[in-house]
Write a protein that binds this ligand. Structure first.
Ligand SMILES: Cc1ncc(COP(=O)(O)O)c(C=O)c1O
Length: 375
C-alpha cells in the first residue's frame, strides 16, 4: 500500500533495516555516539544552537513536555488556533491548569499580526503557541511574526514544527522559538515514536523558576541534565534511534536545502495539477503548506467516493478531513521521501476516480499539468 497521508510516512529500506540491528546498552559510549550524531544533524535541520531533548513518545509527548515544563496552574497562555493541532496546545495548557486566551483563525487561512497582538496585549500571558504547519488544514503560518511579538512582549514562544521540520524552513534561533517541538514520522522520514524539543536558555530559566511545574517523565530539565552526560534521562527506544540516525544521515546526504526545495516543488506541482482537474484547494494560496495539501470534495461526492476508491482500487492511503471539515475535504501528505513519481501516481488514480463519477474536467489534464509544471 502507498502511504500518502501526512505521517507516518514510508521509510527507506536502509532505515527499516537499521531498526533490525541488535539492541545495545543505552549507557555506553557507542550509543552516545549515535545520539550525538542525531543531535548534531537535528540541530542543523532546526537551525539552532539550542539543546534538543529527544523523547521516546510521539509528537504530542513533545508538545506536552514543552507546555508542562514552563506552565503552571493559573498561568495565562495565548494559543493561535486555526486547526486541530493548534487547538491541541490549548487543550494541553488547560490540562496543566492554564487559562487559555485563543486567537481564533478560520480553518484554511492564516492569522494576521493584528489578531495576535490584540489577544496578547489584552492578556498577562507569558507563553504563546503556534502550529507552524497546520496539518489538519494544509496551512503554513508565518512563525517569524509570532517570534517578533513574543520578543516584544517578553513571552516564551512554543512552536509545533511537527510537519514542517525537514520539509520546510524552520529557523528556530532566528525566529526566537524557545521551545520548538517536532516528531520523527513526518518530513524526517523516520519511524513513529520519537519526539523532539529544541530548548532555549530563556526557556530553561523559566523552568528553573517554575518550581510548581507538574511534570516528571516529560520535565525538560531532566533531559538537559542527561544531555550533559550525552545520554537521555530514561531508557530510550534504542531501535527507533537506530532508525532515526539512518534517516538523518540520508537527509544530510540529500542536503537539507535540496530536500526543502524538493518538497516545495512537488507541492506546487501537485496544487497546480489539482486545480487543472477542476478541484478546489481548501487552504488559501497565500499560506498553502509545502508538505500537505487539502482538497475540497466536490459537492456531488462523498469521502468514500474519493478516499475509499483510492484505497480499494489503487491501494493509496490518503487522509480525510477532521472535526467540522470531516467529509468535506481530503488531505494528501507529500512529505519525507515522496518523489515526483508518487505525485503522478496519485494524480492518475484521482483522475480515473473523478472521471468515473462524472466530474467535469478533461481526462489527463491533471497529469499533463504536473508534467509541465515539473519541467
Ligand atoms: C502539526 C502536528 N502536530 C502534532 C501532531 C501530533 O503528533 P503525534 O501524532 O506524533 O503525537 C501531528 C500529527 O499529525 C501534527 O501533524
Amino acid at each position: 500500500m502507498k502511504l500518502l497521508i501526512p505521517g507516518p510516512v514510508e521509510l527507506d529500506s536502509t532505515v527499516s533495516n537499521a531498526m533490525a540491528k541488535p539492541i545495545m546498552g543505552h549507557r555506553t559510549p557507542i550509543f552516545s555516539e549515535i545520539l550525538n550524531e542525531c543531535w548534531s544533524i537535528l540541530k542543523e535541520i532546526y537551525n539552532t544552537r539550542n539543546d534538543i531533548a529527544l523523547i521516546t513518545g510521539s509528537g504530542t509527548s513533545a508538545m506536552e513536555a514543552a507546555v508542562a515544563s514552563v506552565v503552571k496552574d493559573s498561568d495565562e497562555v495565548v494559543v493561535i488556533e486555526g486547526g486541530k493541532f493548534g487547538e491541541r496546545f490549548g487543550e494541553i495548557s488547560e490540562a496543566f491548569g492554564a487559562k487559555v486566551n485563543t486567537v481564533p483563525v478560520e480553518w484554511g487561512k492564516s492569522f494576521t499580526k493584528e489578531d495576535v497582538e490584540k489577544v496578547v496585549s489584552d492578556s498577562n500571558a507569558k507563553v504563546i503557541t503556534l502550529t507552524h504547519n497546520e496539518t489538519s488544514t494544509g496551512v503554513i503560518h508565518n512563525a517569524e511574526i509570532v517570534g517578533k511579538i513574543a520578543r516584544e512582549y517578553d513571552m516564551l514562544f512554543i512552536m509545533d514544527a511537527v510537519t514542517s521540520l525537514g520539509g520546510d524552513v524552520v529557523e528556530t534561533d532566528k525566529w526566537g522559538v524557545d521551545l520548538c517541538v517536532s516528531g520523527s514520522q513526518k518530513c524526517l522520514a523516520a519511524p513513529p515514536g520519537l519526539g523532539f524539543v529544541a530548548v532555549s536558555n530563556k526557556a530553561y530559566e523559566a523552568m528553573e523558576n517554575n518550581q510548581k511545574r507538574k511534570a516528571y517523565y516529560l520535565d525538560l530539565l531532566r533531559y538537559r541534565k542527561a544531555l550533559k552526560k550525552e545520554t537521555t534521562p530514561y531508557t530510550p527506544s534504542v531501535s527507533l534511534i537506530y532508525g532515526l540516525n539512518t534517516a538523518l544521515l540520508r537527509i544530510k546526504d540529500e542536503g537539507i536545502n535540496v530536500r526543502i526545495e524538493r518538497h516545495r516543488k512537488l507541492a506546487r506541482v501537485f496544487r497546480e495539477a489539482v486545480k487543472a482537474m477542476n478541484l478546489e484547494l481548501f487552504a488559501d494560496s497565500s499560506c498553502a503548506s509545502n508538505t500537505v495539501t487539502s482538497i475540497k470534495i466536490p459537492e456531488d461526492m462523498n469521502d468514500d467516493d474519493i478516499r475509499g476508491n483510492l484505497l480499494r482500487e489503487f491501494e493509496i492511503l490518503v487522509a480525510g478531513g477532521q472535526a467540522h471539515v470531516k467529509g468535506k475535504i481530503f488531505r494528501i501528505g507529500h512529505m519525507g521521501n515522496v518523489q515526483f513519481g508518487d505525485i503522478i501516481q496519485v494524480l492518475g488514480a484521482m483522475e480515473i476516480i473523478l472521471k468515473r463519477k462524472g466530474h467535469s474536467f478533461k481526462l489527463g489534464e491533471g497529469v499533463k499539468t504536473a508534467l509541465e509544471e515539473f519541467l
